[in-house]
Design a protein around this ligand. Structure first.
Ligand SMILES: N[C@@H](CCC(=O)N[C@@H](CS)C(=O)NCC(=O)O)C(=O)O
Length: 217
């Protein structure tokens, strides 16, 4: 059985929603961020970065959120969470990579400028720059998704994929920003179709979290 190391509202949202979409049994193992459990040797033996989430599949241990999501989708192709054929599969790779190494990385700077700088003035400058860069990234994503007439309800068109789960997770994180991601209409459409799915709702219920209270505002 899979084991997923998680904490509420973190990047563990995406793999847990993927597991719920697949419908496979898994054991969620909660980490206590307040006591820095993810920085303890026992967890760092699994994930040397001390970051959340980590997936354990038998003897195989995997970290990095996007890799975990992709691995699960590959292990369960019947769930259809990744397009089977190119060029759509290539488009999936493009957006998943963009979301994890550009947007998610930007969020880490925005939420945690203290991970880069000790000086409060430098932290404020990094947070401001990260926020402006994120807005430009949201625009690129929104333009890439395009209007509904170009393809359907989801990021890759009419078929749901794990990219939709990923963008919904990022969008929930953006609720603290002055311009949350739903201000971009194509992102809002895709995320609205995703966070209401039963699997995403089950993930939130199991994590004890709610959707963004300021959604749509
Ligand atoms: N690139 C990593 C980043 C993971 C990451 O930074 N997770 C955050 C939670 S969203 C974390 O572990 N935070 C620990 C902390 O806040 O101390 C991934 O995608 O798995």
């Amino acid at each position: 059985m899979y084991k997923l190391y998680w904490a509420p509202g973190t990047a563990a949202m995406a793999p847990q929603a993927v597991l719920e979409e697949i419908g496979v049994a898994y054991e969620p193992i909660r980490l206590d961020i307040a006591t820095r459990e993810h920085e303890q040797p026992a967890y760092k033996a699994l994930n040397p970065n001390g970051r959340i989430p980590t997936l354990v599949d038998g003897d195989f241990v995997l970290f990095e959120t996007a890799a975990i999501c992709q691995y699960l989708a590959d292990r369960h192709p019947e769930a259809g969470l990744v397009p089977a054929e190119h060029p759509l599969r290539g488009r999936h790779y493009q957006w998943l990579t963009y979301m994890t190494n550009t947007i998610q990385a930007g969020f880490l700077d925005w939420f945690h400028p203290d991970w880069t700088f000790a000086d409060p003035a430098q932290q404020a400058a990094l947070k401001a720059a990260a926020g402006e860069k994120l807005y430009r990234n949201f625009q690129v994503l929104d333009d890439g998704i395009g209007p509904k007439s170009a393809g359907g309800s989801y990021m890759l068109g009419s078929s749901f994929s794990l990219c939709d789960i990923y963008v919904a997770m990022l969008t929930r994180w953006s609720r603290f920003m002055e311009r949350p991601m739903w201000r971009w209409v194509n992102i809002e459409r895709v995320v609205g179709a995703t966070y209401t799915r039963p699997a995403f709702q089950r993930m939130m219920q199991k994590q004890g979290i709610a959707w963004a209270e300021n959604w749509g505002k």
